[in-house]
Design a protein. Sequence first.
Length: 276
Amino acid sequence: MQRKRKSVESKGEFIMCRVIAIANQKGGVGKTTTTSNLGIGLAKQGKKVLLIDADAQGSLTASLGYTEPDAIEITLASVMGSLIKDEEVEPMEGILHHEEGIDLMPGNIELSGLEVSLVNVMSRERIMQEYISMVQDYYDYILIDCMPSLGMITINAFACADSILIPVQAAYLPVKGLQQLIKTIGKVKRQINPKLEIEGILLTMVDSRTNYARDISAMLKEAYGSRVKIFTNIIPISVRAAEISAEGVSIYKHDPKGKVASAYNSLTEEVLANEQ
């Protein structure tokens, strides 16, 4: 998969930024955990990474140690609000630097209000794209943690993404929900963002004691065939993984030798291989 944008680093070398939205309108499937651990995994590989919390719950922001997202003054909502009003925004304004080498544009409850107000805005699905175009020169990867809905903020993320990574919980297969999501992605691709691709479906919370993952993988292949890539790597269910949001660090720091850290390492390598 080709990365689309070129930007010039201070050394005069070309780098390109890939924008990946992590999305599923079903909540509790591991979107936030995947966004933070994939992002930090990419940073460990020497990539410059920005994570964007595009969920009004602010889960990504909280999981990275900023425990009161609603108290943060400059967030994605305030920056997008300024862009809607044609106010000047500094590219790096409001970006937080996490100890594990990634940057974060935080999100909070204000995104809910913004979503409502976007209805009456001209080119409403392209506001986030305007923001991305300001910051993309500084990064190799931008990962967007989307809301568990297909509302206007999520459509904004799809409008500026190169690809969408879809985490799916392996305990059961929400086929209808997945069909709706894939249909929406197709519509955005046709009408707004012709370069949009599906990065892949990632099976999360897999219980190795059952055959769910294998069965669901087979069902997904049958349903979507060659149209959609299914990641070889799966993310196992783990108590350790559930603890990390309270710690404010990634799985690599919390449980570096565990099976989940190993799985996210492998996923990082798969995503890097998709660049080729």
